[in-house]
Design a protein around this ligand. Structure first.
Ligand SMILES: [Zn+2]
Ligand SMILES: [Zn+2]
Length: 331
């Protein structure tokens, strides 16, 4: 059993079936150094990516608009919540993570690309970059060169790694190593060029703002209502929702490697954290996920509710998801 764990360092990341080999171990002595680990070598000396800082700052400042009563509309709030499910769950947890990174199921190309498009509407980078970083995380969890272990420090594991340059991510060889399978598809390759994914994000924001303006005209009729609804939908359905989904994803990397309980003695510090599971549609059952990365279900015990898994089961039921990987055991 312990050999299966040691293997994860050597596997070829592009071979999804081997890369995601289950890593359950029964041996309590994992050999993990419980001390803090340094920041990844490839980020030294630290260089801030100011473009990321600027964009993330803008979206956070816009999200503060939820505290301005003038900008509150019920339609904006409802769309924000719906967006958390459509863009956040379908795009990130089901699309980017369980489908593209781990191949926990297969689906028609049109659906895969649609899920990837929804993923891009969360300001979490391109599918290839997201998948490359996450596969690297699974391969080296909480050890060098894990790109975002909170054992370095909490802020680094949560958001620091996003805004600092990681030299490996500028290298073609890194993408060759981690996401060759993905980049064989011209759809994903094109998105890497000229920051295509970012324009998808901007375009969807613009569409929502314009739809808000049209809705304001429909319900209010006056110019001021057009502006108020456009601003409200931008704040609630774009900015606040983006920020909420961002921190949900980041919390999986930070909180779910520090706080919670463990069903499996994996050799990383991953934990099952109910709060993170709640805000990230089941991703917070992260110790289960590290134990069985390919499983499309992250909740392994009856109380570990996993919304994303329910949706995948539904997709399977209507014939859109196939080859669904299930957990090997429920302990
Ligand atoms: Zn993890
Ligand atoms: Zn994963």
């Amino acid at each position: 059993m312990s050999e299966a764990v040691a293997d994860t360092d050597e596997v070829a990341p592009n071979d999804a079936s081997r890369f995601n080999e289950d890593t359950i171990v029964d041996v309590p002595d994992t050999g993990l150094d419980p001390q803090r680990i340094p920041l990844p070598e490839a980020t030294q000396p630290l260089k801030i990516l100011w473009s990321y800082v600027a964009v993330l700052s803008v979206v956070h400042v816009l999200a503060l608009g939820i505290f301005i009563p003038y900008l509150f509309t019920w339609s904006g709030l409802i769309l924000g919540i719906l967006g958390h499910f459509t863009f956040g769950m379908l795009g990130i947890t089901i699309g980017y993570h369980r489908l593209l990174t781990h191949r926990g199921f297969t689906c028609p190309k049109w659906l895969e690309h649609s899920l990837a498009m929804m993923g891009m509407c969360n300001l979490q980078d391109s599918p290839a970059r997201w998948v490359a970083i996450h596969r690297m995380h699974h391969q080296h969890s909480d050890r060098q060169p894990d790109p975002h272990s909170p054992l370095a420090n909490f802020v680094w594991g949560h958001v620091g790694w996003v805004v600092c340059r990681h030299r490996d991510l500028d290298k073609t060889s890194h993408y060759e190593r981690y996401v060759r399978d993905l980049l064989r598809d011209p759809f994903y390759l094109r998105l890497e060029r000229h920051d295509g994914w970012f324009f998808v994000y901007l375009f969807h924001s613009l569409l929502i703002t314009m739809a808000g303006a049209a809705f304001g005209y429909f319900v209010g009729g006056s110019g001021s209502e057009v502006i108020r609804y456009a601003a409200s939908w931008t704040v609630w359905a774009v900015a606040a929702r983006t920020v909420f989904v961002l921190h949900g994803t980041w919390s999986v990397n930070s909180l779910s490697h520090l706080f919670g309980y463990r069903n499996y003695e994996t050799r990383d510090h991953s934990t099952n954290n109910w709060l993170v599971a709640l805000i990230s549609h089941g991703e917070g059952w992260h110790n289960n996920h590290h134990a069985q990365p390919r499983s499309a279900a992250h909740g392994h015990r009856w109380w570990e509710f996993d919304m994303s898994w329910r949706v995948i089961q539904f997709l399977e039921m209507i014939g859109l998801a196939k080859d669904v990987v299930r957990p090997k055991s429920n302990r």
